[in-house]
Design a protein around this ligand. Structure first.
Ligand code: NAI
Ligand code: MG
Length: 336
């Protein structure tokens, strides 16, 4: 039986990079069946709804999503669609690996860091967010739970063990945010005690940013809360040459969604020059998630070789190729 995947092309550069990514998946002799679904601006314009019920039903049925970036319209009444999808399907673990690739604009080599970010609570799901009537004050309430802190840290340590990683760094700000970040740190410490085979360390978030830039090689797996994880994972993407190369998986007990870390890039949408690698690497994460490691490895290697040869690559990595030409180069290497 073929595996069914809900495919959301997304907004801006989304359809361009999704098209390229489905081409490489097909070249890998996968037996996937794609169910196209819509969300974001594209869905608002076509169906009057940022996330149509048909899309939610498709995800609930297939439990597997490959997703392009979505534009959340700025303005009142629009909650981030990404936050909504992660919450709706309880995709609590946001796994964002960065690996140095050849031929990019990175200033570093041999980077290999996975950020595991809590996805369903914390600052991005703030309760009672409001601006006072006179417009002079804004407030929101940040909530974390022991359960939320425990399952994300457990996920990070289990992943470290499964993938042969040596070290997990618990990133927090418990010295200042004593209640919220303090609970995260307490729980993470308890969880780490169950993994004597994995080295665990603790680091305050601002110091982490400095150390990531000065000595990124000391990091292996990072586990942290929602807001810190968002910022740190973009910093990590910068270490390996930018957002065009950074994938992310959103994992829950019952569903998983794979996407690029970057957004819909309206500044280059429609020009055919978006780098498809971030979404392709997300597809590789999906293959690994489906226990299709050999295909995941072939895809990653084809991307690496294409970048190294600077063969028809996109402008963001210093080439003058297009999304399509870069996909051609990667497909050819997969088939070679
Ligand atoms: P962005 O990530 O779309 O773009 C930031 C910069 O990186 C731009 O200069 C863009 O051209 C460049 N860039 C991004 N992806 C690239 C690629 N694959 N190849 C080459 N260059 C690339 O961030 P921005 O502009 O802040 O957000 C635009 C929209 O995307 C917003 O509506 C935002 O809400 C949405 N967004 C959606 C996300 C998602 O669906 N997961 C994540 C982040 C933002
Ligand atoms: Mg982000």
């Amino acid at each position: 039986m073929s595996t069914k995947i809900t495919v959301i092309p997304g907004d801006g550069i989304g359809p361009e990079i999704m098209n390229a990514t489905l081409r490489v998946l097909d070249a890998l002799d996968t037996d996937f069946e794609y169910e196209e679904a819509f969300a974001g601006l594209a869905a608002l314009e076509a169906h009057g709804d940022l996330i149509p019920d048909a899309t939610l039903e498709s995800i609930a049925r297939n439990k597997l999503v490959l997703k392009g970036p979505l534009t959340t319209p700025v303005g009142k009444g629009f909650r981030s669609i990404n936050v909504t999808l992660r919450k709706e399907f309880d995709l609590y673990a946001n796994v964002r690996p960065v690996v140095s690739l050849p031929g990019t604009r990175s200033n570093f080599e041999n980077i290999d860091i996975i950020t595991v970010r809590e996805n369903t609570e914390g600052a991005y799901l703030a309760a009672d967010a409001q601006v006072s009537e006179d417009g002079k004050q804004a407030e929101s309430k940040t909530i974390v739970t022991r359960k939320g802190c425990e399952r994300i840290t457990r996920y990070a340590f289990d992943m470290a063990r499964r993938e042969g990683r040596k070290k997990v760094t618990i990133v927090h700000k418990a010295n200042i945010l004593k209640a919220v970040s303090g609970m995260f740190l307490d729980v993470a410490r308890e969880v780490s005690a169950d993994y004597p085979d994995i080295e665990s360390s603790e680091m305050i978030v601002d110091a982490t940013c400095m150390k990531l830039v000065m000595d990124p090689w000391q990091f292996d797996v990072i586990v942290t809360t929602n807001l810190f994880g968002d910022i740190i994972s973009d910093l990590c993407a910068g270490l390996v040459g930018g957002l065009g190369l950074a994938p992310g998986a959103n994992i829950g007990e019952n569903a998983a969604m794979f996407e690029a870390v970057h957004g819909s890039a309206p500044d280059i949408a429609g020009q055919g020059i978006a780098n498809p690698c971030a979404l392709m690497l997300a597809a590789a994460q999906m293959l690994a998630h489906l226990d299709m490691e050999p295909q995941a490895r072939r895809l990653r290697q084809a991307i690496r070789d294409t970048l190294e040869a600077r063969d028809r690559v996109t402008p963001d990595v210093g080439g003058n190729g297009s999304t399509r030409s870069m996909a051609d180069a990667i497909v050819e290497r997969i088939q070679a």
